[in-house]
Design a protein around this ligand. Structure first.
Ligand code: FES
Length: 219
């Protein structure tokens, strides 16, 4: 896990947009008044959706909103890689660099990110892309994985990643999920077991009978 620090260059101020504040209040209302700091993660997320990243003035504003020390908000923001501590491109790639993904080709994907986007955390000159390496994103079965914006792209090859970058550069929407058509986390090529269609069509759902069930009540 790399050290995560706030960006060297920070804006002078931060202000909640009206919709962000409305949503933040919805989250705060979910918790007892003396536990409103429990809303810190969703509010950090809302702020990131508003600004694209989490700045120091935003952390200060969140701390004030939740009556909690700034250091506590900073601890959360720096712990979770889902929070961007630097400005990012319109599309931010989080490439998993943990062992299962490396064994399945993450290093090759990293080369594509470097050649097509640039160095880690740098925003591409057109402002469209940025990337970073993160620890396991919990989808190891479908390694190698890159989270692009809010969605996972799995079973990636360098060619599949290039195609995703090309599509985003053309302004197209990209389909998340497995690049090889894997269904959820089933084996490649489809499931090997539990293939009987009657398992899924409801035909086996008969009323349950047990030997010691009471007799139905007589009218
Ligand atoms: S190691 Fe990459 S998703 Fe778990």
């Amino acid at each position: 896990m790399s050290v995560r620090r706030l960006a060297a260059e920070q804006p002078d101020s931060f202000a909640f947009a009206p919709k962000t504040m409305e949503d933040a209040k919805w989250w705060i209302a979910k918790y007892p008044a003396d536990r409103k700091q429990s809303a810190v993660i969703p509010i950090l997320w809302l702020v990131q959706k508003q600004e694209g990243w989490v700045s120091e003035p935003a952390i200060q504003a969140i701390a004030a909103l939740l009556d909690m020390p700034q250091i506590r908000v900073l601890e959360v923001a720096t712990f979770y890689t889902m929070f961007h501590l630097h400005p990012v491109g319109k599309h931010h790639f989080q490439l998993c660099g943990t062992t299962p993904c490396v064994l399945r080709g993450a290093e090759e994907l990293k080369k594509v990110c470097k050649s097509r986007i640039g160095e880690k955390f740098a925003v591409s000159p057109d402002g469209l892309f940025s990337w970073e390496e993160v620890e396991c994103v919990g989808a190891c079965v479908n390694a190698p994985v890159i989270a692009i914006d809010d969605y996972y792209h799995e079973d990636l090859t360098p060619e599949a990643l290039e195609a995703l970058i090309d599509a985003l550069a053309r302004g197209e929407k990209i389909k998340p999920g497995s690049a090889i058509g894997r269904k959820t986390s089933a084996p490649e090529g489809g499931p090997d077991v539990l293939k009987d269609a009657t398992l899924y069509d409801g035909s086996l759902a008969k009323p349950l009978t047990l030997p010691n069930l009471p007799e139905p009540a007589k009218a």
